[in-house]
Design a protein around this ligand. Structure first.
Ligand code: GUN
Ligand code: ZN
Length: 447
C-alpha cells in the first residue's frame, strides 16, 4: 500500500482501559482532536491545536496531508470477535433454537463452501459488509472445507486486513458432507497454518465447532496443533444453550463441566476465544480467568436463538476477558453498534448497567484484548495500526435531531449506540487508507 502521512482532524475517541476497571479514565476524548498517521501507523494523538503547533514549531507540517471531519467522531475500527463467513445468506432464519437451527439452516448452507469459487464470492460480500459497518478485524469461522479458508484469506489479504480465521473441525454429530476425521482435520489445519498464519496481517485459528461435533480423538488433534504452533488462536463455542449443555454432559460424562471438556484437552489458554459462555459455573469462570481464555459475547444471537442473558458482571468480577461478537448468521446484524445496543438491553433484563463507554470499549479495545492484539489494534496508542472509522453524527435527519437534544458526551455516545448502525459509518480506513466511503456508489468501494 502506498504510504501517505496524514493528519485527520475530528473529535476523537478511544479507550486505554476497561470502564469497569478505570471508570472515566478508561476513555480519551479529544474534542477537535487530531490523529497523525505515518506509514499506516498512529504517530500522534491529541488536540488539533497542540499537534498543529508542535508540527509547525518543528517545521514539518508541510509534510502532511490534512483531512478534516468537523463535528464527526473518529474511533478505532471495530473488532468482531465471533462471526461465521458461510452463514450470511441464511441470517435471520425463522423459528428455531440452537440445535435445530444448526441442522435446519446452518449445516445445509455450509455445504456450498466445498466450491472455492462460491466461497470467494461470499468472502468478498462478507468483507464489504464488515467494512461498511466499521468492522476492521474479525475472528471468523469458515467451514469444514480448507478451500473456504483459502478463499477468505485470499480476499482479506488483497484488502490488507488484519483477520483471523480457521477451518471448522468436526467429525461427529454432523452431516457426512461436512464431516472430517481427526487425522484429516489435523492435516488440513496444519497446511493452512503453514500457508496463512502470520502472513501479512492474517492469523490462523484452530476451530473445533463445539464439543458435541468433535470426538475426543479430534480434540487431541486440536491440542497437538496448539502445541506445535503456540501462537495460533483457538476458536470455538461454549455453553450457549441449555439443551447443548445437557448434550455435552451426556457426551463427556467424565468432564467436570462444559469448559472442562476443552480444559482436559489443553484448549483453554491465552488466544483461546469461546463464543457465548452464557451458562457458566463459578469454576468455569475461574478456569477461564486463570488460563486467560476470552469470551465473545454475542447479544443479537443470544436473543435471536433464545439462548439466554449473558452475565457480564460475573465476567468482570472474575476478571475474564470479554470481547463482542455479532455471531452472524445466528446474530442478526453486522453492526457492532447494534450489537452493543442489544447488549444494553440484555443487561437491562439482568438489572445491570451497561454504559456507552462499556459498549464502545467492548467493540474496540475489549476486542483487541480478547484477541491478544492490544498494542497492535483497538486504540490510538502510538505505533498501533491505523485502522479506524469516521462516525457521522448527521447520518439521518432524525439522528441529527435526537443528538441535538443531548448534552453530555455519554448521552451523545449512548444515543449513537442505541440508534446507530451502518448508516453512521461515513468512512473506514485500513492502515491509514480509505477503503469504504458511505457516500460513494457501492461498486466504487469494492477493492
Ligand atoms: N454452536 C455450534 N455451531 C454454532 C453456530 O454455527 N452458531 C452458533 N450460534 N452456535 C453454534
Ligand atoms: Zn457462532
Amino acid at each position: 500500500m502506498k504510504s501517505v502521512n496524514t493528519i485527520f482532524c475530528a473529535d476523537i475517541l478511544d479507550f486505554i482501559d476497561d470502564p469497569a476497571v478505570a471508570g472515566d479514565k478508561a476513555h480519551r476524548y479529544f474534542k477537535q482532536g487530531a490523529l497523525v498517521v505515518e506509514n499506516g501507523r498512529v504517530a500522534k494523538l491529541g488536540y488539533e491545536k497542540d499537534i498543529m503547533a508542535e508540527l509547525s514549531s518543528q517545521d514539518t507540517l508541510a509534510q502532511y496531508h490534512v483531512r478534516r471531519y468537523d463535528n464527526q467522531i473518529i474511533m478505532p475500527g471495530m473488532i468482531d470477535t465471533h462471526i461465521h463467513l458461510p452463514q450470511i445468506e441464511m441470517i435471520g432464519a425463522y423459528g428455531e433454537q440452537l440445535l435445530t437451527w444448526l441442522t435446519e439452516y446452518a449445516f445445509p448452507t455450509e455445504e456450498k463452501f466445498s466450491d472455492e469459487e462460491y466461497a470467494s464470492g461470499i468472502s468478498n460480500i462478507f468483507l464489504d459488509e464488515l467494512l461498511k459497518n466499521g468492522t476492521t478485524t474479525a475472528l471468523v469461522f469458515c467451514t469444514v472445507h480448507p478451500q473456504s479458508v483459502n478463499a477468505f484469506f485470499t480476499a482479506a489479504q488483497q484488502r490488507h486486513l488484519r483477520m483471523i480465521a480457521g477451518k471448522v473441525m468436526m467429525d461427529t454429530n454432523c452431516p457426512d458432507e461436512l464431516s472430517d476425521t481427526p487425522s484429516s482435520s489435523y492435516q488440513d489445519s496444519k497446511l493452512l497454518i503453514e500457508k496463512w498464519h502470520n502472513t501479512d496481517r492474517l492469523h490462523y485459528a484452530v476451530t473445533p465447532r463445539f464439543a458435541p461435533t468433535s470426538s475426543p480423538e479430534q480434540l487431541v488433534q486440536c491440542q497437538k496443533l496448539l502445541e506445535e504452533y503456540p501462537d495460533v488462536y483457538l476458536h470455538t463455542h461454549l455453553a450457549e444453550n441449555h439443551n447443548e449443555c445437557e448434550w455435552v454432559k451426556s457426551l463427556y460424562p467424565e468432564a467436570t463441566d462444559y469448559l472442562g471438556v476443552y480444559e482436559n484437552s489443553g484448549l483453554v489458554r491465552k488466544r483461546s476465544v469461546f463464543a457465548h459462555g452464557i451458562h457458566l459455573s463459578e469454576r468455569e469462570l475461574d478456569c477461564l480467568a486463570h488460563h486467560q481464555g476470552a469470551i465473545s459475547h454475542c447479544p443479537t444471537s443470544n436473543l435471536f436463538l433464545g439462548s439466554g442473558l449473558f452475565n457480564l458482571k460475573a465476567c468482570e468480577q472474575h476478571k475474564v476477558n470479554v470481547g463482542m461478537g455479532t455471531d452472524v448468521g445466528a446474530g442478526t446484524s453486522f453492526s457492532l453498534l447494534q450489537t452493543a445496543s442489544e447488549a444494553y438491553k440484555i443487561q437491562q433484563l439482568r438489572d445491570e448497567k451497561f454504559s456507552a463507554f462499556k459498549g464502545l470499549y467492548l467493540a474496540t479495545l475489549g476486542g483487541a484484548r480478547a484477541l491478544d492484539l492490544e498494542g497492535t489494534i483497538g486504540n490510538f496508542n502510538q505505533g498501533c495500526e491505523a485502522d479506524f472509522i469516521v462516525i457521522d453524527n448527521n447520518a439521518t435527519p432524525f439522528l441529527n435531531f435526537r443528538l441535538s437534544h443531548t448534552k453530555t458526551l455519554h448521552e451523545k455516545l449512548f444515543t449513537l449506540m442505541m440508534l446507530g448502525d451502518d448508516r453512521c459509518i461515513k468512512e473506514t480506513f485500513i492502515l491509514g487508507q480509505s477503503v469504504y466511503q458511505r457516500d460513494l456508489p457501492c461498486d466504487s468501494n469494492q477493492v
